[in-house]
Ligand binder design. Structure first.
Ligand SMILES: [Zn+2]
Ligand SMILES: [Zn+2]
Length: 158
């Protein structure tokens, strides 16, 4: 399905690990590479599939361990969709940001922009720990698919 990850992603992954003073291990680099290449947040399953497709399948336990570790280091954050499946993403680990969940394909995307300016008023005495906002709708791919002609030629005539 896809070629080997570009060397630049390998460099980026290695740099991310160096930045947090972590040991660079092949498994950590590979998980980060897959997340760098992803356009949406990825579940354990989709990461395993992507790894297998690139010719280097992951041991399931290793993948769980690496993701837990990366999350603990603040390099990766996870978000759950309506199906409660956790998906992992590299983007904005330290900033409150909103997510977009596509109601057609179910993919979850991290949105750019900070929620720090969101004008949410807490009642007196309330203290917020984190803000969790998900926008629901259709992603670009699904919007395009919905407007494209579904079949060529055959008009059902209804
Ligand atoms: Zn979609
Ligand atoms: Zn996110």
């Amino acid at each position: 399905m896809q070629a080997a990850p570009a060397p630049t992603r390998h460099d980026q992954a290695t740099r991310l690990l160096h930045q947090c003073g972590a040991t660079v291990t092949p498994a950590r680099v590979r998980v980060l590479q897959l997340l760098l290449a992803a356009d949406a947040a990825m579940s354990h399953q989709s990461l395993q599939q992507a790894a297998a497709a690139s010719g280097h399948p992951f041991d399931k336990v290793t993948l769980y361990r690496v993701l837990d570790w990366l999350t603990g280091q603040g390099l990766v954050h996870s978000v759950a969709g309506h199906d409660r499946v956790r998906r992992f993403s590299l983007m904005n680990p330290h900033h409150a940001h909103a997510h977009f969940e596509c109601s057609v394909c179910g993919r979850l995307f991290c949105l750019r922009g900070s929620l720090a300016s969101a004008a949410l008023e807490l009642p007196p005495g309330f203290a917020s720990d984190r803000v969790d906002i998900t926008v629901h709708g259709r992603c670009a791919g699904c919007t395009a698919a919905a407007t494209a002609p579904r079949s060529r030629g055959k008009d059902p005539g209804v």
